[in-house]
Ligand binder design. Structure first.
Ligand code: TXA
Ligand code: MG
Length: 326
């Protein structure tokens, strides 16, 4: 006898999503960056369930989502003035700040770190949900550990739909890259993860380019920065020169992932051009969906073009490099 596979309902019912979270359940939630797997951060059983669903190691801590900067001090013991400047300028938005946590935030959420990562997401449905709950919601990206982050409710349903009851449908994510994670260290803004808020925008507020502290190798102390991350199943290589790289891989079925160029002279088996008009923000928005599309085609290789190092370029290059890591 065939049994029907359970699959998450997708809808816009904020009251339902709130009820599930209040009862200790896990819900797929939209944000402007990527979709998250949200649960009540105060409920350790619910948070455990997030780790189980994602198959995520416990040393990799979760970001806590709140509805406004006005409630930040419920969860942290102090806010560095530099960080305050940034939250004033960029919340709601793709900025996550690390601050000393209050005891109400469980160890499980921060993996024992005395600092908690917090942000106010910029999505009307999730902001309404957070206001209705008036609880902090712990939410990692809603992908199986190590795979590409989801930017549509369908991406979430495809991979985790049989593990959660509900996905709040907020459409496609506007930014498309995870939040930029920062911390104030010795009077300087330090960036721990490149993301949807560019370094230039941070510098425009602080008057100084932030310091980069992004690890490029596997380090359990900075787990979001694990080398192999955001990965498609298909091997992916980042190339400075696509034509040279294509020639070196002759005979293979190759997919192109490029910024604006189409490379008509090269016979790619498939291609994804992220922004024909050369708009970096548009390229970021579509990056993960394009990686998924190419990954579904059973190609031998995805060749990705390296992006210029301005705006969201470094964050895109970071994701491409991790997607290509062995
Ligand atoms: O845009 C985003 O940030 C998305 C949406 C859903 O908000 N969330 C997201 O979560 O990307 P996740 O779990 O995929 O990545 C969170 C990363 C962790 O892997 C870790 O590197 C860092 O944030 N992190 C979280 N809490 C931390 C803490 N207490 N101390 C140090 N790093 C932390
Ligand atoms: Mg993630």
């Amino acid at each position: 006898m065939e049994t029907e596979k359970n699959t998450a309902r997708i809808g816009k019912d904020i009251a339902h999503a709130a009820a599930v979270i209040r009862m200790g359940g896990v819900v797929g939630i939209p944000t402007e960056t990527v979709y998250g797997l949200g649960a009540n951060a105060f409920n350790e059983k619910a948070v455990l369930e997030i780790f189980r669903i994602k198959n995520r190691p416990f040393f990799d801590p979760l970001i806590v989502h709140i509805h406004s900067a006005a409630v930040l001090e419920r969860y942290v013991t102090g806010v560095d003035p530099l960080i305050r400047k940034l939250t004033r300028a960029f919340w709601p938005g793709p900025l996550t700040v690390l601050l000393p946590r209050q005891y109400c935030i469980p160890d499980l959420v921060t993996s024992g770190n005395p600092l908690v990562a917090i942000r106010v997401p910029d999505h009307p449905l999730t902001l309404a949900l957070l206001k209705e709950l008036d609880l902090p919601v712990a939410a990692p990206s809603a992908n199986p550990f190590g795979y590409i982050s989801p930017t549509t409710p369908e991406h979430v349903a495809l991979q985790l739909g049989d593990k959660i009851p509900y996905i709040l449908d907020g459409g496609a994510c506007a930014v498309g890259l995870e939040s930029t994670i920062v911390q104030a260290v010795d009077g300087e803004v330090t960036v721990l993860r490149l993301g949807g808020l560019s370094l230039e925008k941070i510098a425009a507020v602080t008057g100084k380019m932030p310091v980069l502290a992004i690890s490029t190798h596997s380090d359990p102390k900075a787990p979001g920065q694990l080398d192999k991350h955001y990965s498609p199943r298909t091997p992916l290589r980042v190339a400075e020169d696509i034509s040279v790289a294509f020639a070196a891989e002759a005979g293979k079925r190759i997919g192109l992932l490029s910024f604006r160029e189409t490379y008509p002279a090269l016979s790619f088996a498939a291609s994804a051009v992220l922004s024909a008009r050369g708009d970096m923000d548009e390229a970021a928005t579509g990056l993960f969906a394009a990686m998924r599309r190419l990954d579904a085609l059973d190609l031998d290789l995805i060749l990705a073009e390296k992006f210029p190092a301005e705006g969201l370029g470094p964050a895109i290059n970071d994701r491409l490099a991790r997607a290509g890591a062995k």
